[in-house]
Design a protein around this ligand. Structure first.
Ligand code: GLC
Length: 425
């Protein structure tokens, strides 16, 4: 791998070297006899997460696009290699599962096949493909991977948006990528913040889904967990916008027009249905009644990443980001507002995540939003604080927003997305 020319400053180049070594350490490449295919991807973390995760890979591909465009293409090719005939792409592909039987026992995951999970993660893929194509992946990646990416977005639209409002639904908490976030707690009936309580709640949802054969139509009818999630749908809208641009580039004007319409519908639904004017925050919608889950988490700020968000709404979100009671921590941005009762800055229980610490992928989206909405000063500060976390503590899964201490997995690959922030700063 050679460090590309996007890395201009000394700080960016030094980070490029560190990220390059990280991607090397976490590289998984080989041949999978179960599907007869080769794979080449970066695992989230060698120790705890050796398989290919969907949204992690989306961030890894963006990071790799600065370092080695061919590997960035390989990352997405591997992610899409086992796309199912209906268009579905699993949130975990267990390429080398035989090597990790003991570890598998510690996951609570529903399987579509022995090698593929049966759930989704936020559709970062649309934007990842665009960045990979533009940073050296070129025409070949476009023609190879765009049709598959489109089929996945079509699957989301067809299967996960039965009320046709432009918002796709998640059917279990970890489909949002924010596994134990407090925003679902009341809806899940979790009253005590204990690992066992969450496991039991997840198991209740999984049992309800098993009872209806994991058939999406029956799952929506049963509605044991149906959430139109703000973070997921912000990423979905960004992906639809990216697909519109990529279709245009591929000469498919009709596809481009369709994705423009779809992106606009998703963006409009977010503003019309999920924005709480009084709070100046976005909230998820739960169940058939679309009940707002009014917990102030980083997800509530995510629509800032949409460049077309009305200026007055963007200003309200930025005010929350600047509020020292809520999100303006020494090492921002906390995953839960610091004045929420559930806010936990460090490790929570045995393995509960997304309950307060700062994560690099959400910082990446908010940094983009700050630039898009005329606050380069705050964007620059966020890059600086984010980079200093990695420089001081290494590539950890998440960090304490007050002390900057790193926690969770070591050598966590998506934390390398900080390179994209430094490269463009
Ligand atoms: C954790 C995160 C999830 C991520 C996975 C693999 O479960 O909550 O978002 O995809 O780890 O890194």
């Amino acid at each position: 791998m050679s460090t590309g020319s996007t890395l201009k400053s000394g700080r960016a180049r030094a980070m490029g070297d560190r990220v390059q070594a990280l991607c090397e350490r976490n590289r998984q490449a080989g041949h999978a006899a179960w599907c007869g295919l080769d794979y080449d991807f970066v695992s989230p973390s060698g120790g705890t997460y050796p398989f290919q995760w969907f949204w992690d890979s989306g961030f890894h591909a963006i990071t790799l696009s600065h370092l080695d465009p061919a590997r960035a293409v390989a990352e997405l090719r591997s992610l899409l290699a086992n796309q199912q005939p209906d268009g579905f792409v699993a949130h975990v592909t267990f390429w080398q599962r035989e090597r990790y039987q003991a570890l598998l026992a510690t996951y609570s995951i529903a399987y579509r096949t022995p090698y593929l999970s049966d759930c989704i993660q936020p559709p970062v893929l649309g934007e990842s493909l665009e960045q990979v194509v533009r940073r050296g992946g070129g025409e070949q990646a476009l023609h190879e991977l765009l049709p598959k990416t489109r089929r996945f977005f079509d699957w989301l639209d067809r299967v996960r948006d039965p009320d046709r409002d432009g918002l796709v639904a998640t059917l279990q908490p970890d489909e949002s990528g924010l596994d134990h976030t407090p925003k679902y707690q009341e809806y899940l009936g979790v009253t005590r913040v204990l690992d066992a309580e969450f496991t039991a709640a997840w198991e209740r949802v999984a049992a309800a889904w098993r009872a209806v054969g994991r058939d999406p139509a029956r799952m929506f009818a049963r509605a044991a967990f149906v959430v139109e999630d703000v973070l997921v749908n912000t990423i979905y809208a960004l992906g639809e916008q990216a697909l519109a641009r990529l279709c245009a580039e591929a000469g498919d004007a009709a596809g481009a027009a369709e994705f423009v319409t779809r992106a606009e519908r998703t963006r409009r639904a977010l503003v019309e249905k999920c924005y709480d004017r009084q709070a100046g925050l976005f909230f998820d919608l739960a169940g058939h009644q679309e009940q707002m889950l009014r917990v102030n988490t980083v997800s509530s700020l995510m629509p800032l990443a949409l460049p077309e968000l009305p200026a007055e709404i963007a200003a309200r979100l930025i005010a929350h980001l600047e509020d020292p009671e809520e999100y303006a921590a020494p090492y921002p941005v906390p995953s839960v507002a610091m004045n929420e009762p559930s806010y936990t800055p460090g490790v929570c229980g045995e393995r509960m995540v997304w309950r307060g610490p700062t994560w690099m992928n959400t910082n990446w989206y908010l940094w983009r939003g700050l630039r898009a909405h005329g606050r380069p000063d705050l964007a620059e500060r966020l890059v600086d604080r984010s980079a200093s976390l990695v420089e001081g503590q290494g590539f950890r899964e998440y960090y304490n927003p007050s002390s900057g201490e790193g926690h969770g997995a070591h050598d966590f690959s998506w934390t390398g997305i900080v390179l994209d922030m430094l490269a463009q700063d």
